[in-house]
Design a protein. Structure first.
Length: 115
């Protein structure tokens, strides 16, 4: 069994979203992304499917140029190679589930390319 917490040891960065690997299972990599209101991740895509859960807060999630307003408790699945971007409307905690073949470094790279 592997266990972690979405709420313990929260760290908000002033200049970009904060990424923390919660754990890796045999099938996925579970990541927490913590946004301050107004922070964003520019449009990007991955070669693998992802699942995104809004654990707390509100987020605008862009998919192929269309913005979807997501709130606490919302969850979505996105297929591979779908362009998407994220902008926090409020302080926000996001759980991101990556396929085992995807890399955490890719996600970190997206947060480092901020405007």
């Amino acid at each position: 069994m592997k266990q972690s917490s979405l709420l313990k040891n929260l760290e908000y960065k002033s200049d970009r979203p904060a990424i923390k690997v919660l754990f890796e299972s045999d099938f996925t990599k579970e990541i927490r992304i913590v946004f301050k209101s107004g922070q964003s991740m520019q449009e990007h895509k991955t070669g693998f499917p992802i699942t995104v859960e809004i654990f707390d807060g509100e987020l605008n999630f862009g998919v192929n140029g269309e913005v979807h307003h997501l709130e606490r408790g919302d969850i979505l699945a996105l297929g591979p190679l779908v362009p998407h971007d994220l902008t926090a409307v409020t302080d926000c905690i996001v759980r991101l589930s990556l396929a085992k073949g995807d890399t955490v470094q890719r996600v970190i790279g997206v947060t480092q390319n901020v405007d």
